[in-house]
Design a protein around this ligand. Sequence first.
Ligand code: UDP
Length: 321
Amino acid sequence: MAILVAGGAGYIGSHVCKMLHSKGYKVIVYDNLSHGYKEFAKWGEFIPGDISDVELLDNIFKHYHIDAVMHFCAYIEVGESVVDPQKYYENNVGNTIKLLKVMRKNNIDKFIFSSTAAVYGMPEKVPIKEDDKKDPINPYGKSKWMVEQMLEDYDKAYGLKSIRFRYFNAAGADEEGEIGEAHKPETHLIPLILDAAIGRRDSIKIFGTNYDTKDGTCIRDFVHVNDLADAHIKGLEYLLDGGKTDYFNLGSGEGYSVYEVIEAVKRVTKKNFKVVETDRRPGDPAYLIADSTKAKEKLGWEVKYSLDEIILTAWNWHRNM
Ligand code: UDP
């Protein structure tokens, strides 16, 4: 089985490639390296390229007889999406349409798509179920929700089978310490706290301490990147077995506050650092917690990593990067 992983040199994509490779799949790592790392592209054959390059993709699909495509290429910064929406719609939606078109041309009808909890916007209740209201509040979340809706239509019209995974807060790193989370620029909570623990930043800022939560800071659901990778393998196997188009939340079902995450990092790393309380970041919901019962029931997916294990694996990679 040959799988093309678009964005396979990025954070989540590279962990998925490593797991696919360990299970004996032929992996084509396709990445333009705008946000990925060449050193992350070692599980499979690396082909540098952009998802808008339909000619190159056409040649690859023909040459390697690709059975399924996993798609991790997207811009993911919420704040940037507000100031430059075109960048987001052009790449996350427009270039995904190009990729789907060249897949269709080559009769590739299995697709795994990275979506996000941001499709829910400000949820009315937690834990969030897949069929709760979708009301994304920024162009990033909207771009993901647009593709999700397109994929339903592509199935009805063209028979393209897809799985959409809505990630909650992806975190943690490879247990062997070969790959990990390093966004450019970094905006995510755990790597930023680890930077403070290492001394690469002088402090960690808490964005908002007056939310209606137990300690006033936002509550998030952290899920280990290898648990996400495992879900992708299960989703792929489900499609290869003839499964229907579907969509799943991927989260642990446990919520931790920003304060609790900071305390957990201090406990796991045995480091102390400065914590600064600042204003809210616009667009942050107070709570994001997944109900992932559907992934458990339909795919047999279970979360294996605790918050402390997420932090420990992230720390082991982060301090050596
Ligand atoms: N956060 C914070 N300080 C930071 C980065 C993030 O307090 O330097 C908070 C952020 O406001 C949110 C939570 O940590 O409540 C998780 O943010 P992140 O950007 O990691 O993920 P998101 O939930 O936005 O996908």
